[in-house]
Design a protein around this ligand. Sequence first.
Ligand SMILES: *[C@@H]1O[C@H](CO)[C@@H](O)[C@H](O)[C@H]1NC(C)=O
Ligand SMILES: *[C@@H]1O[C@H](CO)[C@@H](O)[C@H](O)[C@H]1NC(C)=O
Ligand SMILES: *[C@@H]1O[C@H](CO)[C@@H](O)[C@H](O)[C@H]1NC(C)=O
Ligand SMILES: *[C@@H]1O[C@H](CO)[C@@H](O)[C@H](O)[C@H]1NC(C)=O
Ligand SMILES: *[C@H]1O[C@@H](CO)[C@H](O)[C@@H](O)[C@@H]1NC(C)=O
Length: 586
Amino acid sequence: MMRVFNRRVWSLALLICLLSMLSNFHGKGVMASHNVHLRYQTNNVEKVKQVYRTGYHFQPKKNWMNDPNAPMYYKGFYHLFYQYNPKGAVWGNIVWGHSVSKDMINWIPLEPAIVPSKPFDKYGCWSGSATILPGDKPVIIYTGIINEKPEPGHQAQSYAIPANYSDPYLRKWIKPDNNPIIKPIHENVSSFRDPTTAWFNNGHWKLIVGSKNNRRGITYLYRSRDFIKWTKAKHPFHTKKDVGMWECPDFYPISSQGTNGLDTSTLGDNVKYVFKASLDITRFDYYTIGSYNLVKDKYVPDNTSVDGWAGLRYDYGNFYASKTFFDPIKKRRILWGWANESSTRSEDIAKGWAGIQLIPRKVWLDPSGHKLLQWPINELERLRDQKIELSSVKINKGDTIEVKGINVVQADVDVTFTFSSLDKAELYDKKWENFPPEDLAKSICGIKGATVQGGLGPFGLLTLASSKLEEYTPVFFRIFKTTNKKHKVLFCSDATPSSINKNEYKPSFGGFVDVDLTTKKLSLRSLIDHSVVESFAEGGKTVISSRVYPTLAINENAHLHLFNNGSEIVMIERLNAWSMKTAHIN
Ligand SMILES: *[C@@H]1O[C@H](CO)[C@@H](O)[C@H](O)[C@H]1NC(C)=O
Ligand SMILES: *[C@@H]1O[C@H](CO)[C@@H](O)[C@H](O)[C@H]1NC(C)=O
Ligand SMILES: *[C@@H]1O[C@H](CO)[C@@H](O)[C@H](O)[C@H]1NC(C)=O
Ligand SMILES: *[C@@H]1O[C@H](CO)[C@@H](O)[C@H](O)[C@H]1NC(C)=O
Ligand SMILES: *[C@H]1O[C@@H](CO)[C@H](O)[C@@H](O)[C@@H]1NC(C)=O
């Protein structure tokens, strides 16, 4: 940002002047009560059911939440905004909920920050991002729904600025009347949303907006000198056919050395780029690693990154509409992602809430340069309470070992498994190559669950288990050998046996772990929190989050086990597990 500032002192001075004029001008504006979108069901939430609520994952007091919006750091606080229905536990009437935090774990709830009140956002204030302009001036650009038609709404991008820059809580936001600042000028006005954080180079601010044309995913690039007047670039920033709508795009630089994050405008040597899109059709978040062609102002994925449905995902489970930001205090890039419910709509209405945010993760580039690593922010560790340790414990085929003495429904479990040989790894079945590539790991996890005995694996954890294993959510590894003597490590988080309730979505999520097995070790960390099991394989190479709703394995009736159902003996080299204290959340 410093370098950027030097190059642009003059236009920035102008911009700041303009913004402060706007804020003075509109400073006394009052948010009108917002319009109700008549098509959407509203159900007043009287009382929230506690049983599946999380102890340390972010959620509002009640009602529906989806995408994280405009995460940022400002004057001592981390800010999180989120898509929120103040009128019920189903999607609709969308406003920007707002909470602030010193550590991204404990939160102070504030009034909604941006609510429909103007012609340019009358039917909803949808997702958007924050950019911190030089002089520490945050601006939000979000998608305003200006008409109900055509479905799901006529979309345009508008901006909002703080009413009082001295207020570290940024309670009040002004939406100037020169909005919308980015109107759709392409084919489909109802598929034009989710502007990113802007970055600066060559005299311009730039941002991208998610879109599609038929089944082609598109991000349109916009440029501006003053942050108010935006011009669409001739060429899309990045596009891909046959993937469907690209929602919530994210684009950011990442260092090819070390784990520190970079400010979004950073250029230079040793910098790679990440492009992420949330695919409306498959409902997962995919990313590629690539380079940024400054001459053409385009993103180009590396040839090692698969660009499409079979590409890398941040998380192979319930995780969508994610967004990153650069934390200037700890010099790291933080990823927020929404985990929706796997319960039915009527169950959500009955429990009075829906949606959580997963634990914010630090992201950095894997030394291979081909993928990202993700790890829960270390602030989470302050919630660790009673601890259990195990080391050098053998698990024979068919055995389970119970982890006792901690509160296993609200826990952080970190375990390293070792084995003495790869010889017993099962043969990888060639037939599986007939599965659609994007569903391959999930399909194998579905066929080869924890109860299907194997050679090397399955081994791992049985989380949220009832006393007689009527219910449990297994998180485990299974190792295959392929005909060319390579090994494939499959990582599964299987909700199928999680609950005896038949109504829910209980997928056998899976992902492959790209790992060198010469050390004959695999590590697993699971964050267990009542209705979520968020699991990191091999230091964050592969992540899977499952939402589950046991009926027996709740509170003190839940158990946690280590298990091995493969013929190769597995050792627990080390296990550290903690009860987690309840965070102050909203
Ligand atoms: C702006 O915020 C500061 C810090 O919270 C506060 O002292 C001041 O009164 C606020 N100004 C207005 C006009 O509300
Ligand atoms: C425009 O978007 C709507 C809603 O996403 C979709 O139903 C329609 O097929 C789109 N039209 C084109 C030409 O992509
Ligand atoms: C992939 O790109 C690298 C350089 O970025 C190049 O050396 C390599 O030949 C390319 N591989 C293929 C298969 O195109
Ligand atoms: C291990 O496999 C056996 C035989 O299929 C099965 O009965 C048992 O439930 C499995 N154990 C676990 C923990 O899934
Ligand atoms: C979360 O809910 C399940 C079950 O209803 C759906 O199958 C998923 O598509 C949905 N995920 C998202 C991101 O909406």
